[in-house]
Design a protein around this ligand. Structure first.
Ligand code: 5GP
Length: 187
């Protein structure tokens, strides 16, 4: 914890430790390896939040995967969703007939991934599934199948291990609940 001590001062508490993350990601990698045996899944990393998770997850998958990246709009500098979703960076390849796994940091209302899934469904993939590090089921506003997740978490704003607030805290090795004093002046 010492190397990031300043960042930890902005947390209310650590919610998930790096050891717990490591264990859960390893288990998920094994599960995907089993479920996609004989296939070559195309793993789509949703920038930037999923980068750490993606980086660790793909190395736990014992299959010939391919890597792609997309960027979609999230909350900007706010802790609340705008409900507006935009593709800022698209994939570079044709996904016809491919087995797609969308790798996301967190599913909250579900609106972002519901939109993205609909867009990808028009591109004739063989299958599309979602793998998220964190899942906030209590906050769901749309019907969305989440095939894989590492942790269900309560309704709190979390940062670390790729997740940010105003672009900060992504490099925290653990996941923590951000102290409300950090964002209470938000408009
Ligand atoms: P949704 O469309 O499911 O409401 O939101 C998905 C996106 O909102 C995530 O990709 C993430 O960028 C952001 N988000 C939702 N909850 C949190 C949270 O607790 N912490 C952080 N840092 N981002 C969140």
């Amino acid at each position: 914890m010492d190397t990031n001590a300043k960042l930890y001062q902005d947390l209310e508490r650590v919610l998930i430790t790096r050891e717990e993350i490591h264990e859960a990601v390893k288990k998920l990698g094994q599960q995907i390896t089993k479920d996609y045996a004989g296939k070559e899944p195309l793993m789509v990393c949703i920038l930037k939040g999923a980068v750490m998770f993606y980086n660790d997850l793909i190395r736990e998958i014992d299959l010939p995967i391919t890597m792609e990246f997309m960027a979609i709009s999230s909350y900007g500098n706010s802790t609340k969703t705008s409900g507006v979703v935009n593709i800022r960076k698209d994939m570079d390849v044709d996904i016809t007939g491919r087995d797609i796994i969308i790798v996301e940091d967190i599913v909250d209302s579900g609106m972002t991934l519901s939109y993205l899934k609909k867009v990808l469904e028009t591109r004739n993939a063989a299958s599309i599934s979602i793998a998220t590090l964190l899942n906030k089921p209590a906050r769901r506003r749309v019907d969305l199948d989440v095939e894989y997740y590492c942790f269900n978490i309560p309704d709190a704003f979390v940062v670390g291990y790729g997740l940010d607030y105003a672009e900060k805290y992504r490099n925290l090795p653990d996941i923590g609940v951000l102290h409300p004093r950090i964002y209470t002046n938000e408009t």
